[in-house]
Design a protein around this ligand. Structure first.
Ligand SMILES: Nc1ncnc2c1ncn2[C@@H]1O[C@H](COP(=O)(O)OP(=O)(O)OP(=O)(O)O)[C@@H](O)[C@H]1O
Ligand SMILES: [Mg+2]
Length: 418
């Protein structure tokens, strides 16, 4: 019988919880279960604010994907987000162990990465990622994979992403309450980058901007690796509430009007600001008017988009990165579909811009093709890469994730648990 592993990714977003279940065999990986759009409750700006509500949303999303896949999920890779995400770059150094004739081994890599992890952080902070950026062997820089090389002194430059311990504990608690173990946590921005950015963009220098409902997650890459990460507490929900206020409409109606405006986005390219015929039909929303000039709607939507990109620009400027990203900005997340976003992003960021959709999965992917699913798809890709890189055969790992699977990761995750 063909060996099979199940990998599950859960993105706990501020507007929706989404789950993807993938079957991985020796010849192919394929999506077998998805749940794209269970409304999030108990999650605000990326943080859990009500455990019971959040558990219910996560549980509905998981159950739907499980039913479609016909499997029972016992462990998952889960995204983590919130405006408390911070980043720093750290250096580690060790002497190469002499056991393998002074050849650098995986063990040396693990030790030097651990050395870089030894940074002083306040007690209420938890490290989510220590990502090696560059290795230095006996003073020679620019080495991506030093395993097998001769050397005595091994150094590493890393990017560390850390978060509030409380936010992490609450998220892990919610996931464990739905009966699932956290295999690993992944910063949302990093997850989205996994599914959206090309290697060339990462090498040249680029920034991924995931604009969700309540947050905008940023991650910048130079020379192939993350160098900076941050999350701003602003997103597509603000555009909806601006429209609701401007049109004196209910939030639900304002959201529908926003989506309709975006779906007619292409016509916007040829829109004549003076042409009254360029109007959006909003007859069914019971407002005072049956149609509204699109220009008027853009005048409400645009200032908010400008604000989002101005804040991103300021963030990148503070991090000293605004001139270090020649491959430009890649915008993803649900709000990346907002009408006019590309033009506004180009104006504000003053760099090349493209809208990024997730890629890298096959199978039942219709429901998860749009930019809103970048983080969920990325969680799967991250998880698969991580499991493959753990050494030994991927398929020799115990197939039941529930029974202490991936001991070393779980040991780490257990410390997150209250
Ligand atoms: N076609 C569209 N046009 C404009 N906005 C859209 C469109 N589709 C979704 N959105 C907006 O995208 C936002 C949701 O994006 P997404 O699903 O990425 O958020 P999330 O992951 O749940 O939230 P977060 O990442 O902030 O925690 C909502 O504000 C929604 O209105
Ligand atoms: Mg999101």
């Amino acid at each position: 019988m063909a060996k099979e592993r199940i990998i599950t990714g859960i993105d706990v977003g501020s507007t929706k919880v989404s789950t993807i279940i993938v079957s991985v065999t020796e010849t192919k990986s394929s999506v077998i279960g998805v749940s794209g759009n269970v409304e999030s409750r108990g999650i605000n700006k990326g943080n859990i604010v009500d455990i019971d509500d959040a558990v219910e949303s996560i549980s509905s999303s998981l159950e739907r994907a499980e039913r479609m896949a016909g499997v029972s999920v016992s462990s998952a890779f889960v995204t983590v987000n919130g405006s408390n995400i911070r980043t720093l770059n750290s250096h580690g150094v060790v002497a190469v162990s002499q056991q393998a004739g002074a050849e650098i081994t995986q063990d040396d890599i693990a030790r030097v990465t651990e050395a870089a992890r030894a940074v002083t952080l306040p007690t209420n902070r938890e490290i989510i990622h220590v990502i090696p950026r560059d290795f230095i062997v006996d003073g020679q820089e620019g080495i991506k994979d030093p395993v097998g090389m001769a050397g005595i002194r091994l150094e590493v430059e890393t990017n560390i992403i850390h978060h509030s311990s409380t936010s992490i504990r609450n998220l892990v608690k919610c996931i464990s309450q739905v009966g699932v173990e956290v295999e690993d946590l992944i910063y949302t921005g990093l997850a989205s980058a996994e599914s959206v950015l090309t290697n060339t963009e990462k090498e040249l220098g680029s920034v991924l901007i995931d604009i969700g409902g309540g947050t905008t997650s940023i991650i910048a890459f130079t020379e192939g690796s993350p160098v900076y990460a941050s999350t701003l507490p602003i997103g597509g929900k603000y555009i909806t509430s601006d429209l609701a206020i401007g049109l004196r409409a209910r939030l639900e109606d304002a959201e529908k009007i926003k989506l309709r405006l975006s779906s007619e986005h292409e016509s916007f390219m040829t829109l004549n600001p003076k042409n009254k015929k360029d109007e959006l039909n909003i007859a069914e929303f019971g407002l005072e008017t049956e149609s509204i000039p699109k220009n008027m709607l853009y005048r409400i939507v645009e200032p908010r988009l400008e604000e989002i990109f101005r804040l991103v620009q300021l963030d990148l400027h503070k991090a000293g990165l605004s001139t270090e990203l020649p491959a430009g900005a890649i915008i993803t997340g649900g709000a990346a579909a907002t009408a006019g976003i590309e033009r506004i992003a180009k104006n504000e960021l003053r760099m090349p811009v493209r809208i990024g959709k997730p890629y890298g999965l096959t199978g039942l992917i219709d429901e998860i093709e749009g930019p809103a699913f970048a983080a969920t798809v990325g969680a799967i890709i991250y998880g698969k890469n991580k499991m493959e890189s753990m050494g030994g055969s991927f398929f020799d790992l115990p197939s039941s994730a529930k029974s202490g699977f991936l001991g070393q990761i779980l040991t780490r995750i257990k410390k997150f648990l209250p």
